[in-house]
Design a binder for this molecule. Structure first.
Ligand code: NOJ
Length: 546
């Protein structure tokens, strides 16, 4: 593992949703062979690391976040040997690999859970989970009133071997994802072993799924009416979690080359969020606060300021994330009347101004790429892909079904990527597992390669400049005076980023040279556009401007 100290503080990390990236064997499902064949593409994009969504053996009840065997690759994606090759080949190109670890739950097909079901009430095997008798004389009452992150109840009743109704088990997500009991030493030991298993295979870090959820109050108290206790939530952000991540950090620190922990921590409380990033705990955590903001200068400015302020005391770099496999694509979201993001507001048929959405997504891409910290790019955002309204009969996401069909779910951002050609499968491979729209010919990698104004070229240029200019590192960040609808800041002494979120063009500040712009610059900076300006003649050569 190369030892470039602090690599993760400013890294550009590309998120690979394997199932939809590229299909190497023609069966319509993306796989590791497909990723290996496209490493050149990722290298030319200029990214420092890849984060893979769960690639382990899984029934895919929740897209792989229901892990059946952590030490094997799902056969639809490939083999463990191929994963090892992929990790090594990427590293040879200077690209690190981050994998996904899902501590809160496992698949109901996992041997531990199957063993627990078979062993019955009171068994040692059940202690690794949250099995509990139901309320009432007949045990038919649900043990707690906790609400699932996917809506609905969080307990499912089992059947005894003789067919009578048995105990209940806890699942904060679907019934196919039973929650683990983190008070059990086996659970802790197993996860440390899993970390070592993958660190031994050269992975540079782990993304920790639902990182604020694994520990539960063993007393299993009900939530008060309204849902939010004033102190000590029974299953979110419990203090005991920090011991676990300190143990994980100690494991990571046994290895060379700075293996990192990246937390998926959804918390509104900035001080509680920053606790996960204290020295000796996680390296970074996703900044969902910024990701959920609407296209508004004020909202974004406040969020950036808050983000930098909350990270400073713990010495951790911020992360910048515009989307991921759970979230409405920015090219669509920013084209809607309500451009903020919240899971419970997703609806079919939301009116969208696609051209405006894309212009803003491009401007947002440059805005976040200019901020101090690490940067995450979800596959397909570099092509400006929109959210797809997947036909109801093709939807697989449990979020859709658990909402009673009201929420379209998350499949719309998980549609297989278009690589080339005029029609589906657009060079993806075999007939895609999830249908692609029939108007994606102009969005393929091939089409965008030959268009200097494409979103792909914009991302490449931005990443290249970010790497080339020392100002974009961990260096100084200073807000500049600007109109209420404009975000302008300086990085170091030499670079200025300016984004116009208003409805009329604004003049460009004095500059030495334009480095890059997210759209055409007429007489100034048009609405929905970001420009990067060199303030000094010493800045690197200009990249392609559009
Ligand atoms: C967060 C993941 O990003 C999401 O895709 C998954 O459904 C839940 N955690 C449960 O693992």
């Amino acid at each position: 593992m190369p030892d470039d100290e602090g690599w993760w503080r400013t890294a550009v990390i590309y998120q690979v949703y394997v199932r939809s990236f590229a299909d190497g064997n023609g069966d319509g499902v993306g796989d590791l062979a497909g990723v290996r064949a496209r490493l050149g593409y990722l290298k030319s994009l200029g990214v420092d690391a890849l984060w893979f969504n769960p690639w382990y053996r899984s029934p895919l009840a929740d897209g792989g976040y229901d892990v059946q065997d952590y030490r094997d690759i799902d056969p639809r994606f490939g083999t463990l040997a191929e994963a090892e090759q992929l990790i090594a080949e990427a590293l040879a190109l200077g690209i690190r690999t981050i994998i996904d670890i899902v501590p809160n739950h496992i698949s109901d097909r996992h041997e531990w859970f199957q063993g627990a079901l078979a062993a019955g009430p009171g068994s040692a095997e059940r202690e690794r989970f949250w099995f509990h008798p139901g309320r009432g004389a007949d045990g038919a009452g649900i043990p707690t009133n906790w609400v699932s992150s996917f809506q609905g109840e969080t307990w499912t009743r089992t059947q005894n071997p003789d067919g009578t109704p048995g105990e209940w088990y806890l699942h904060l997500f679907t019934p196919e994802q039973p929650d683990l009991n983190w008070n059990h030493p086996d659970v802790r030991r197993e996860h440390e072993d899993i970390l070592r298993f993958w660190f031994d295979r050269g992975v540079a870090g782990v993304r920790i799924d639902s990182a604020a959820l694994p520990v539960k109050d063993p007393a299993l108290p009900d939530l008060p009416a309204g849902g939010a206790p004033t102190t000590g939530h029974p299953h979110i952000d419990r203090d005991e979690l920090h011991d676990i991540y300190r143990e994980w950090r100690a494991v990571a620190d046994e290895y060379d080359g700075e293996r990192v922990l990246v937390g998926e921590v959804w918390l509104d409380d900035a001080e509680r969020f920053a606790r996960y990033l204290r020295p000796g705990e996680m390296h970074t955590a996703f900044n969902f606060g910024f990701m959920t903001q609407p296209w508004s200068a004020r909202a974004m400015r406040d969020s950036i300021t808050r983000t930098l302020a909350e990270h400073a005391p713990v010495g951790a770099p911020a992360t910048w994330v515009l989307s991921n496999h759970d979230v409405t694509r920015p090219a669509t979201r920013y084209g809607r009347a309500d451009s903020s993001f919240a899971f419970d507001r997703k609806r079919f048929g939301t009116p969208t101004d696609a051209a405006r959405g894309l212009a803003r997504a491009r401007a947002a891409a440059l805005l976040v790429a200019a901020l101090p910290g690490s940067l995450y790019i979800y596959q397909g955002d570099e092509l400006g892909l929109p959210e797809v309204e997947v036909p109801r009969d093709a939807i697989e996401d449990p979020m859709h079904f658990r909402s009673g069909g009201v929420d379209p779910g998350r499949d719309g951002c998980r549609v297989p990527l278009p690589w080339s050609g005029e029609a589906t499968p657009y060079g993806f491979g075999g007939a895609p597992w999830m249908p692609q729209p029939d108007d994606w010919a102009s969005l393929t990698v091939e089409a965008q390669e030959s268009d200097a104004a494409s979103t792909l070229h914009l991302y490449r240029s931005a990443i290249r400049l970010r790497r080339a200019l020392p100002e974009f590192g961990d260096g100084a960040f200073t807000w500049l005076e600007a109109d209420a609808d404009v975000l302008a800041f300086r990085r170091g002494d030499g670079v200025l980023s300016i984004t116009n979120l208003g409805s009329t063009a604004v003049p460009l500040p004095a500059h030495h040279r334009i480095l890059l712009a997210s759209g055409p610059l007429d007489d100034g900076l048009p609405p929905d556009t970001t420009a990067w300006l060199a303030l000094l003649p010493t800045a690197a050569p200009a990249a392609t401007t559009t």
